[in-house]
Write a protein that binds this ligand. Structure first.
Ligand SMILES: NC(=O)c1ccc[n+]([C@@H]2O[C@H](COP(=O)([O-])OP(=O)(O)OC[C@H]3O[C@@H](n4cnc5c(N)ncnc54)[C@H](O)[C@@H]3O)[C@@H](O)[C@H]2O)c1
Length: 240
């Protein structure tokens, strides 16, 4: 049986790069995403190594309905909780509680719900593993105005530690903490060239990360990190 990796937010950016890397390993991927067009493109690119489902991971019923369709050959063996949004920029003095709820629902609650679905339907394998996509923002507080995002990633790291304890020894659970990676989530920052150059200057390796840089680390944690659980691996070009 080949590994089947369920990737939330798998149609674009880091999630899509993880799908490509998983396929290059000879495994298969299930992509859950809200972006129908990019799901279709991933399906066309990866052929029968991928299965795509349009799912909003902040919608528990949608997650449960999608997972009910995954049986037999497509029962997942690994999970990547990757879907995430940065949320609207707002100061603490002007914080909108509804926006905080939205960010936490997509970035944190989704990981609980997708993990529950995974645990109910998974096909057991000795190398079973889960990877959660956190951020260096969990440790440094993130950019000004993105407190909800930073708090969501801190919560995801604590959830990673809790999952690693509860799911051991059957399933290894680790998190990735990327730095500044060149994907759509950063497009507002990248639209401002001066802001982008200021940020690149803070990275010891002097370049933005690429989605593939993170995907390589994800593949290691998924398939090769046989004695590693409950850890956060930073992929940030040295940026703290
Ligand atoms: N790019 C970075 O600089 C960076 C840094 C640290 C952490 N991360 C984290 O990595 C993960 C992936 O980010 P990315 O950079 O690839 O972003 P991205 O915006 O390029 O991709 C995110 C994907 O998630 C999907 N998505 C968003 N909301 C969803 C929902 N409710 N249900 C299902 N799918 C949904 C989007 O459609 C998109 O395909 C996120 O959790 C992000 O917080 C990114």
């Amino acid at each position: 049986m080949t590994a089947v990796v369920l990737i939330t937010g798998g149609a674009a950016g880091i999630g899509r790069a993880i799908a490509d890397a998983v396929a290059a390993e000879g495994a298969r991927a299930i992509l859950w995403d809200v972006d129908a067009q990019r799901l279709e493109k991933a399906g066309a690119d990866l052929g029968d190594q991928v299965r795509t489902q349009r799912v909003d991971v902040s919608d528990t019923d949608a997650v449960d309905a999608a997972s009910a369709e995954l049986r037999d050959d497509w029962a997942p063996t690994h999970l990547v909780n990757n879907a995430g949004i940065i949320g609207r920029r707002m100061t603490l003095a002007e914080v909108d509680p509804a926006e905080v709820d939205r960010v936490l629902a997509v970035n944190v609650r989704s990981a609980f719900v997708a993990t529950r679905a995974f645990l109910r339907m998974r096909a057991e394998r000795a190398d079973a593993a889960i990877v959660n996509l956190s951020s260096i923002a969990a440790g440094n507080g993130g950019a000004a105005g993105n407190a909800a995002y930073a708090a969501s990633k801190g919560a995801l790291q604590s959830l990673t530690f809790a999952m690693a304890r509860e799911l051991a020894p059957a399933i290894r659970v680790n998190a990735l903490a990327p730095g500044i990676i060149d994907t759509d989530i950063q497009k507002d920052v990248f639209a401002d060239r001066d802001e982008m150059n200021t940020r690149i200057a803070t990275i010891p390796l002097h370049r933005l990360g690429e989605a593939v840089d993170v995907a390589q680390a994800a593949v290691w944690l998924l398939f090769r990190a046989t004695y590693t659980t409950g850890e956060v691996m930073t992929v940030s070009g040295g940026k703290k």
